[in-house]
Structure formats: C-alpha cells, structure tokens
Ligand binder design. Structure first.
Ligand SMILES: [Zn+2]
Ligand SMILES: [Zn+2]
Length: 329
C-alpha cells in the first residue's frame, strides 16, 4: 500500500450488467504481482462501448477501455507516479499466438472493459505492467486518451502497404475516420475522406481532401484502397463500388448484427478484404509526440462520472465526436 490509497477500498464505477449503472461502492481492484493499479484521469467513450451495450459481445463488469491515468501501486516501483496509457488485450502468455507476440489474437485473451476484465469507467483499474506505456510530458492528458483508438488506426498500416502513389478513400467522418485520416496522411498518399457531415469533414481538411457522399458518386473503381469506418453497414457495398479491380478494402467497422451484402463484386473485381482491429501503442504515442494532429479539436465535451447519463447521450448523439469522462477532479 502507498500514500494514494492506504485506506480507501471503494470507488465509483460504471458497471454494466445488461444495463449501465453508477456504483458508488465498487471495490477498488487489487493488482496481482504482474499488474499495476492505475488511477484514471480521463476515459474516452467509444463506439465499441455502445456496441457492447447493444449486445455485440456478452460482457458484465466495469465498461470502458480508452484511458490515461497515473500508476499508484506497482511491483516495478519505477512506474509509480507515472502517467500511462495501456494496451487493452491481455493474452494467456502461453499459447502459440502469445508466444509469437500476437496477444491481441490469443483465443483465451481478456480485453479491458470488453471481455473478462473490468474496464476504465471507474476511478481505478488494474492492468498487466507489460501492457503499460508511459506518456511523454509533451503529450497532454486530453491527447493521450486517444492512444488506443490512434493505435487502432495505425494498425491499418501494419496490415496494408500504402505508398505515396496510392489513391486511398476513407468512408466515414466520425471519431475513427478522423484518426485514420491523421495516420494515413503520414504516408503522403492521395487521400480522400468521404462523409455526410460538412462540419466533421472540415476537421479533416488539414490532412486530406474531403467530399460528401453525393460528390463521390462518380468515383467508382478509382481507389487502390478503401477504408470503411463509418459503422454504417451499407457503406461496405459502397466501398466495393469505389475500390478498383484488385484493390483492397479495409474493414474497421464492427456491426452488432448480421449484415446483408451480395459479395459477387468481390469475386469479379478480385478485391482483397482485410479486417483491422487493435494496433501498436508505441508508434501511436510517437505520432502524438511528433505531429500536430489537432486531436483535442475532436473532443466535444468532458463530463464527470456522476453525469455519465448525459455523457453517453452526448457521445452517441448524431454528429458527436469524442466525449470524455473525467475521473480525477
Ligand atoms: Zn475504443
Ligand atoms: Zn495466449
């Protein structure tokens, strides 16, 4: 025990069991030998949270996986007092995938606030020390909380080679699309964001060309790579039209239900489909350190945890970008 939490054993947390509720006497988690106890500063609301609440995966526990916090307890004492962000997948450590460094795909994995592990919409969380990344001083709390979704955007570049010569379209002008635009623009490719909302498209204009769905209607077969991150199932068909023969579609959206699509064009055009999920934190933090990405412009509002109902309303209302919960006053 240390100065941060010598007496307090209960905390406020947003607990999900078929519905979300604020618990004021949830036990502060106790870290194992390999874990750190982290006091959450800010947490980000993400579409995955909404999908979980809609039944995308069965989950009971403290929701949330995007955070920046301060280590208050840790066997490796050099971490104590450090500002950290953390990778959300916790592998079993012994299977063949974990041994290859692919904990993200371990069949036994837990995922913070998503599967088998309490998440970050509480005052404290625990996470394995190996999942932690220290946030450099130049990166603010409000920027650092984007580490997880930014890493997820960076994962695209690990799965697909994109060069300066490529024509790339992003379908979707929401939170994820905005981060993807910032990441993919670092390749200097010919990049276009296609979306529905003028005000959101404007936020990407420092990083790429932008156009509305209507304006993009005659661009069939013109993109080497199309990244679908709108969360709208009809966009997958649209991506199929926009991509050139032998081009690549990157699917970032997850959908709570089954979707209906005729995949014949994937065969006829010999399209390569690739899914993309979580990504590497270290380069995401480096990117935040080196590049001016105007991440804080993507924050709509910051709420205290007590005001969580309004936070969720704001986060999942039409036209919303990033909404944060402030856990440490
Ligand atoms: Zn997320
Ligand atoms: Zn494993």
């Amino acid at each position: 025990m240390n100065k941060f939490n010598s007496k307090i054993t209960k905390m406020k947390a947003l607990y999900f069991d078929k519905k979300l509720e604020l618990r004021k006497d949830y036990p502060i988690p106790v870290p194992t030998e390999n874990e750190a106890l982290i006091k959450v500063i800010l947490a980000g609301l993400c579409n995955t949270d909404k999908e979980i609440m809609n039944g995308y995966v069965p989950f009971t526990g403290v929701l949330g996986h995007e955070f920046v916090g301060i280590v208050t307890q840790c066997a490796q004492t050099e971490f104590i007092g450090k500002r950290v962000v953390g990778e959300i997948n916790i592998g079993c450590g012994v299977c063949s995938l974990c041994k290859k460094g692919m904990q993200n795909h371990c069949p036994q994995r837990k995922a913070l606030g998503i599967h088998g592990k309490d998440g970050v919409f509480g005052e404290y969380l625990t996470l394995p020390i190996e999942n932690l990344h220290i946030v450099p001083d130049e990166v603010s709390d409000e920027e650092a909380v984007f580490a997880e979704p930014l890493a997820a955007a960076l994962n695209i570049l690990q799965n697909v080679e994109i060069s300066k010569q490529d024509k790339v379209a992003i379908i979707g002008d929401g939170k994820l699309g905005q981060l993807i635009a910032r990441v993919i623009s670092t390749t200097s490719c010919d990049l276009t964001m296609i979306g529905k909302h003028e005000s959101k498209l404007e936020l990407a204009q420092d990083f790429c060309k932008t156009m509305t769905l209507n304006e993009s209607a005659d661009l069939e077969n013109s993109f080497d790579v199309v990244i679908e991150c709108s969360g709208n199932e009809s966009a997958l068909h649209y991506a199929t039209l926009l991509v050139r023969a032998k081009g690549t579609i990157v699917l970032k959206s997850t959908y709570a239900g089954n979707i209906k699509i005729n995949p014949s064009l994937w065969v006829i055009k010999e399209i390569r489909m690739t899914g993309s999920r979580c990504g590497p934190f270290a380069p995401a933090i480096k990117l935040m350190q080196d590049n001016k990405m105007n991440l804080t412009k993507l924050i709509n509002e910051i709420f205290l945890i007590e005001d969580w109902e309004n936070a969720f309303k704001a986060a999942f209302s039409k036209g919303a970008l990033k909404v944060l919960l402030k856990l440490t006053k």
